[in-house]
Design a protein around this ligand. Structure first.
Ligand code: G3P
Length: 497
């Protein structure tokens, strides 16, 4: 019987399960959205039990619709929204609170304290990260400080912390395995990415007991087996883990130094593989672990943009300007330009390269003639401008001028946006045939660990281009438009009280 790899892609707004065959082609997909909780302005939470429930449901769906038996799954790969923080009781397996999502800004003041203590350089040096509410460390501190009895329990060794990968593996293995991988650990603000260990001093500063933390493993190895009562009567090895952006980098087969990809999901994340040495950013990017495999670690520079596809969802759900996201292309093309309108979607502050936790979404350049089409176009264009901001930083940090940028994710299917992206970058943009690179990357990591695939060369040979977008805009126009964007960003910054 044919064997497959099952990939679980637990993202910010939905859980997905995708079954891949040996060609790296999609055999089956299932997806389920889950509830976003916004208890206060700037706060974002998920229910970890709902995440688990939707994950199990999509696994059942993806396999059931194609009548795939659990014994046909050679291995499971897991990829996940990163940084989102779950703390649960080790005995009962019950979360002590909703998960605090990566977009959540509630720990901005904890970050300000860290900065006041003069810890920015140490944190950047050890973790590759900037001090921002984005990462897990301050979220763990908040939970221990604010959930009744949590700190005491944590100190007694009774609580466990995990990013979503750890949480799902804990559940899939029936509480037998508490692990994460290098890529997820590198997003916590408490992991030393050079020494490859949890950092005692940073744990001390944030008051986080080490007993809560998962064991950090490579991105491709067997971590444990599913318990049969959860997985339809079979023990299946879980053999790949990577944070979703690193998984997409792996799925886009960016295995050589200098190769980069940009994923247009809820946010937009550009990662460039910088090889086996971490590159320190001088231009507002993060240094992060791209993957750890066969005893070696590859590093990446990352430009994290918090709001991309989420801005299009906002047009759909809050402003009701479009019925569905793909319609944005139709409306944007109805006008030749935005007529000077810029939309800066700083709904969760600004990430790379600005790192302003207090920035807010801003629309500038409105006139009496501004139409719905202009607004929609300005929103789409904001994804491309933000990408140019991080690409410029990346070229400056790495000293590498990018010839082509590989793209994926939902909005990468929008041809108008991809052409505008190539135009505003002055760089070619190429899209692969398989747009589900995040899930594919996790599948590749799991498949490599169990010998389903043999080596990276075999995976490189599977990458096929779907479309190439070549820049077609006069230099002068490009620079004039981009200058307007930079002015708009200035207006969005620092709305702290
Ligand atoms: O760092 C956050 C990122 O991992 C979220 O990705 O695809 O859920 O927007 P996504």
């Amino acid at each position: 019987m044919e064997k497959y790899i099952l990939s679980i892609d637990q993202g910010t707004t939905s859980s997905r399960a995708i079954v891949f065959n040996n060609d790296g082609a999609i055999v089956s997909v299932a997806q389920k959205e889950f509830t976003q909780h916004f208890p206060k302005p700037g706060w974002v939470e998920h229910d970890p039990d709902e995440i688990w429930g939707t994950t199990l449901a999509v696994i059942a769906d993806a396999m059931g619709t194609k009548d795939i038996k659990p014994t046909q799954i050679a291995a499971i790969g897991i990829t996940n929204q990163r940084e989102t923080t779950v703390v649960w009781d080790a005995e009962t397996g019950k979360p002590i609170h909703n998960a605090i999502v990566w977009q959540d800004r509630r720990t901005a003041s904890i970050c300000d304290d860290l900065k006041e203590q003069g810890l920015e350089e140490e944190i950047k040096d050890k973790t590759g990260l900037v001090v921002d509410a984005y990462f897990s460390g301050t979220k763990i501190k908040w939970l221990l400080d604010n959930v009744e009895g949590a700190r005491e329990k944590a100190e007694q060794g009774k609580l466990r912390f995990g990013t979503i990968d750890s949480w799902l593996i804990w559940k899939l293995t029936g509480g037998n395995t508490h692990v994460t991988d290098y890529t997820n650990a590198s997003r916590t603000l408490i992991y030393n990415i050079k020494e490859l260990e949890w950092d005692d001093h940073l744990l001390d500063v944030l008051g986080i007991p080490k007993s809560m933390l998962p064991e950090v493993k490579q991105s491709s190895e067997v971590y444990g087996n599913t318990v049969d009562y959860h997985f339809f009567g079979a023990e299946v090895p879980i053999a790949g883990i990577a944070g979703d952006q690193q998984a997409a980098t792996f799925g886009q087969v960016c295995y050589e130094k200098g190769m980069a990809k940009n994923t247009y999901g809820t946010g937009c994340f550009m990662l460039m593989n910088t090889g086996e040495e971490p590159v320190k950013s001088e231009n507002g990017l993060l240094t992060t672990i791209a993957y750890g495999i066969d005893g070696k670690v590859n590093y990446a520079l990352e430009g994290s943009i918090f709001i991309a596809g989420a801005a299009i969802q906002w047009l759909r759900d809050e402003l009701n300007l479009i019925d569905n996201a793909p319609d944005s292309e139709y409306f944007a093309k109805k006008v030749d330009s935005t007529d000077g309108v810029y939309m800066v979607p700083a709904f969760a502050g600004l990430g790379a390269p600005y790192w302003d936790m207090y920035a807010r979404g801003t629309i500038v350049g409105l006139t009496r003639g501004t139409s719905k089409e202009h607004l929609i176009r300005a929103t789409l264009e904001s994804l491309a401008y933000q990408t140019r901001d991080v690409l410029e930083a990346m070229e400056a940090d790495s000293g590498i001028e990018l010839k082509t940028l590989r793209v994926d994710g939902g909005a990468a299917m929008n041809d108008f946006l991809m052409q505008f992206q190539a135009d505003i970058l002055g760089t070619e943009v190429e899209r692969p045939e398989i747009n589900e690179t995040t899930a594919l990357g996790a599948a590749y990591l799991a498949g490599l660990a169990v010998g389903y695939w043999n080596n990276l060369d075999e995976l490189v040979a599977k990458w096929k281009r779907d479309a190439l977008f070549v820049p077609n805009m006069a230099n002068e126009t490009r620079e004039k438009l981009y200058k307007g964007w930079k002015r708009a960003v200035e207006r969005a910054k620092d709305w702290s009280e």
